[in-house]
Design a protein around this ligand. Structure first.
Ligand code: ADP
Ligand code: MG
Length: 352
């Protein structure tokens, strides 16, 4: 089912948690809501689920207005960050819960429920654990039970609020892969919240970047990483270097390095900022032979060996700005770089 959010605003007393948010989630997509804590992700999810009402705007499911429809009629599956399983119920009863509480008219028979729960246990790879209690499962297993419970009512779409947030890195990675696999198998529309950019990039077809109650950018992981819409998205999606300079007559000067821009050729001089990912900083021991390539000198202040990559903390000699470069271990060994050494750096993929 497709979900459309149209110009939604939501306030808590005088505090505006969502400001004119619009979104389109096509049927069958896996979409990540990515943003820092407090950016309004949970609020947006609760509005889509029907747990809260917006002051303004509409929420459409398959083109049909659901803004004021009761939560029970929306057929959404919801999984919260803190796996809220019923502690006094075994796994079977936890998963069956949403089916057993239905009115007699729509409630499946005991046999049907049994069959359903066992097929869900198989789906989340927890066969044989039906009679255990939540306290007898690992965090990752509990979260899979929570997903099975959400799926039991055959939701039209799934809303997951930081579903793996409370788990350790290795388990998170496993569950991510598993969720991706599950999504492929079920073809369900899934909207999941995360504050972890890596999780969003790895899992999602589309990423919605939120900040302070607004949508900053919507795009594929590739688009938002390589073509960030603004400085917030740029810095939220990974490490970034900022170089401050000035733009004048269509040229941007960042210290001794000068770059052409497509900016309007204004005669006034204005401040400008260049952004660059650390892995786009090219480090070498000599200035480039081609003098058209802009380079500056920098001093290495620290070398961090991070497994397959090496990070250098650098300081420009022309402006004293500090920045980072990243390269493969192999490249680092080839260059034989040493701390306190002076290197030449060139700026690839600099954006303004
Ligand atoms: P996120 O999930 O991105 O961390 P939330 O949607 O939970 O953000 O919250 C967004 C903002 O709205 C936060 O500043 C939070 O303090 C505020 N907020 C959320 N729920 C309530 C509430 N029930 N009452 C008052 N303020 C709230
Ligand atoms: Mg939240």
């Amino acid at each position: 089912m497709s979900i459309e959010v149209e110009n939604i605003s939501k306030s808590y007393k005088s505090f505006t948690a969502l400001k004119n948010v619009s979104l389109q989630i096509p049927e069958g997509e896996l979409v990540a809501l990515l943003g820092p804590s407090g950016s309004g992700k949970t609020t947006l999810l609760r509005l889509i689920a029907g747990l809260e009402q917006p002051e303004e705007g509409r929420i459409l499911f398959n083109g049909e207005d659901n803004t004021n429809r009761d939560v029970r009629e929306r057929r959404v599956g919801f999984v919260f960050q803190h796996y809220a399983l019923f502690r006094h119920m075994n796994i079977f009863d936890n998963i069956a819960f949403g089916l057993t509480v239905r009115t007699r008219k729509t409630r499946p028979s005991k046999e049907e429920i049994k069959e359903k729960v066992h097929s869900l246990l198989k789906l989340v790879q927890l066969e044989g654990l039906a009679h255990r209690y939540p306290s007898q499962l690992s965090g990752g297993q509990r979260q899979r039970v929570a997903l099975a419970r959400a799926l039991a009512v055959e939701p039209k779409f799934l809303l997951l609020d930081e579903p793996f947030g409370a788990l350790d890195t290795k388990v998170r990675q496993e569950l991510r892969r598993w969720l991706r696999h599950l999504h492929g198998k079920l073809g369900l529309t899934i909207l999941f919240v995360t504050h972890d950019q890596e999780e969003a990039m790895e899992l999602a077809d589309q990423v919605v970047v939120m900040n302070e109650g607004r949508v900053e950018q919507v795009g594929s992981p590739e688009e938002i990483y390589h073509h960030p819409a603004n400085p917030f998205v740029y810095s939220f999606l990974g490490r970034v270097n900022l170089f401050r300079g000035r733009v004048h007559n269509g040229k941007i000067k960042l210290g001794e390095a000068e770059f052409e821009t497509e900016w309007e050729n204004k005669a006034v001089e204005l401040p400008a900022v260049g952004y660059m990912r650390p892995h786009d900083v090219e480090v070498s021991l000599h200035a480039p032979l081609d003098t058209a390539i802009q380079s500056v000198q920098a001093q290495i202040s620290r070398i961090s060996l991070l497994g397959p990559i090496v990070r250098l903390d650098l300081k420009r000699l022309d402006t004293n700005e500090v920045f980072e470069a990243e390269m493969s271990r192999q490249r680092f060994l080839e260059l034989a770089l040493v701390e306190q050494g002076i290197v030449h750096v060139t700026f690839n993929n600099l954006s303004f």
